[in-house]
Design a protein around this ligand. Structure first.
Ligand SMILES: [Zn+2]
Ligand SMILES: [Zn+2]
Length: 139
């Protein structure tokens, strides 16, 4: 298997995923809308210790998620590309699909925090959509 690689738009940051993708998700919460420029935040989950930083140092910003837990979001300090986020109580890193070299096979398996989505956020037919976090009431 060829390792999945990614990085930011300007090339200052590069990374490699040395483990399988455990899942994909689109988060529609208000904070992710800021991070994504308006749309949902699309992430691929990978074990945190499988994430290998090859070049550069991402900028980190910590805040409280709508679920109440702390989330640390990282981005490139030069070009602003969102890169990944970490939640301390989860073993996974949520890598932003837009920073992967090839995100074409990373369609979201679940959509979360749909209660915060504006009416024009689209989901695919038969998508699994949760009102809040994973496991909450389904739409
Ligand atoms: Zn950059
Ligand atoms: Zn979110």
């Amino acid at each position: 298997m060829t390792a999945i690689e990614g990085g930011c738009y300007c090339g200052a940051i590069r990374y490699r995923l040395n483990g399988p993708i455990a899942g994909t998700a689109a988060c529609h919460c208000r904070k992710c809308q800021y991070g994504a420029g308006g749309g949902a935040n699309h992430s691929a989950l990978v074990a945190r210790d499988a994430f290998e930083l090859l070049r550069g140092t991402p900028v980190a910003h910590a805040s409280k998620a709508d679920s109440g837990t702390e989330v640390v979001r990282t981005f490139c300090g030069t070009c602003g590309t969102p890169l990944y986020s970490d939640t301390p109580n989860l073993p996974f890193r949520a890598v932003r699909v837009g920073s992967l070299d090839d995100g074409s096979r990373m369609a979201p398996s679940v959509h979360v925090w749909m209660e915060a989505a504006p009416p024009w956020h689209l989901t695919e037919p038969n998508a699994v959509c949760f009102v809040q976090g994973p496991g909450s009431r389904r739409l």
